[in-house]
Design a protein around this ligand. Structure first.
Ligand code: ASP
Length: 363
């Protein structure tokens, strides 16, 4: 296997039979895929389901199995598309849509709630072949924000649409409105209440406005989703979708819908989807910086991603992770948090999944 994909042997030992079955099935399907990919140009795909802090106690075996099962389904959706000759753009959109429709992740159904108890969704995608891109931010009534971002790229003269304007565009191309409450899950409602209690306590001890704003943001939680892929034509693509941060207000927008910050793809270097504390990822232009290092400094995607996450972001206080793929189909999925939901099917067709770090016994 040429890809430097994080090993998940320990994870396989730790998970319940249901997830083991999923992995085994994956391995069997892989054999056929592997044969096919030897005869044609390679395809590969990677996903993330958010980076952050999570204690093992919060992640029961059943929940872990549910995450691994859904990530497998998402990977297979995109990979099957790639195997049948589909484009990397279509593959990342279809893959991200599977994750948006799952209440497990902070995107679409299951998105985190704003301070006012609503959902404001952000998404973006980019095509590495021609540097076309589409993005939406602060949408409240679109079932699949990544589909809308795709439509912005294909059917509008613009790159990024926001709020009511983006909704109006969605209606104009026949995307029906869904109720904002259709994204709500009991877990996210509880998470908001807990965040508000914490925020109130901190407000009372406020010292200066800027530090306060940092403090007010709840500890970073999991769930933003993303995908990167290489198709048979050698084209790269990246896509990211999120509900943003719990208890966000004032129309806050993170890095996920910002081309260059949360999403970037360029066939001359790599494709990146990010997850993490968006304010840092915007200021450090994370996704584009990784690709620029690959293109101009001629370093590997592993070196570039490590430099940006650990040498630039971390000293500044920025936490999160990225998934990166290059034109050979090599994949890296580094993070500077205790874990990141992640998975990939490499050019050999083998599927791997991970949650905590490789060296972590919880992995
Ligand atoms: N990057 C997202 C944001 O800041 C959040 C995340 O990745 O979890 O909106």
């Amino acid at each position: 296997m040429t890809s430097s994909i994080t090993s998940c042997l320990a994870l396989q030992r730790a998970i319940r039979p249901i997830a083991r079955t999923a992995l085994l099935v994956g391995a069997m399907v892989t054999t056929a895929s592997a044969l096919a990919s030897q005869q044609t140009a390679p395809v590969a795909i990677a996903i993330h389901g958010g980076a952050g802090t999570l204690s093992a106690a919060d992640l029961t075996d059943d929940l872990k199995a549910a995450y691994l099962g859904k990530m497998t389904e998402a990977l297979r959706t995109g990979h099957n598309l790639l195997l049948s000759g589909g484009s990397s753009v279509d593959a990342v959109v279809a893959t991200v849509e599977v994750l948006e429709q799952s209440p497990l992740f902070n995107a679409g159904i299951g998105a985190v709630m704003t301070f006012d108890g609503k959902h404001e969704l952000d998404a973006s995608l980019m095509s590495g072949a021609d540097l076309q891109a589409g993005a939406v931010s602060g949408v409240t009534s679109v079932a699949s924000p990544i589909r809308l971002a795709h439509a912005v790229m294909l059917q509008s003269p613009h790159v990024m649409l926001a709020g009511p304007g983006a909704e109006g565009f969605a209606r104009s191309i026949g995307m029906p409105a869904v109720d904002n409450t259709s994204f709500t899950t009991p877990q996210r409602a509880e998470q908001l209440q807990r965040a508000k209690v914490r925020m109130n306590a901190r407000m009372n001890a406020r010292t200066d406005a800027r530090t306060d704003l940092e403090q007010l943001l709840p500890p970073h939680k999991w769930g933003t989703v993303g995908a990167v892929a290489l198709d048979r034509d050698g084209n790269l693509a990246a896509a990211t979708s999120t509900g943003g941060m719990t208890a966000k207000r004032w129309g806050r927008i993170g890095d996920s819908p910002i081309i260059g910050a949360g999403t970037f793809a360029d066939n001359r270097s790599c494709a990146v989807s990010a997850t993490g504390h968006g304010e840092y990822f915007i200021r450090y232009n994370v996704a584009a910086d990784i690709c620029a290092r690959v293109r101009y400094r001629q370093v590997t995607i592993g070196e570039a991603a490590h430099q940006v996450l650990f040498d630039e972001l971390l000293p500044a206080g920025g936490t999160g992770g990225v998934i990166v793929i290059d034109p050979r189909g090599d994949i890296v999925m580094p993070f500077n948090t205790p874990g990141m939901y992640r998975g990939a099917i490499d050019t050999d067709g083998s599927l791997q999944l991970g949650i905590f770090s490789d060296s972590d016994p919880q992995h």
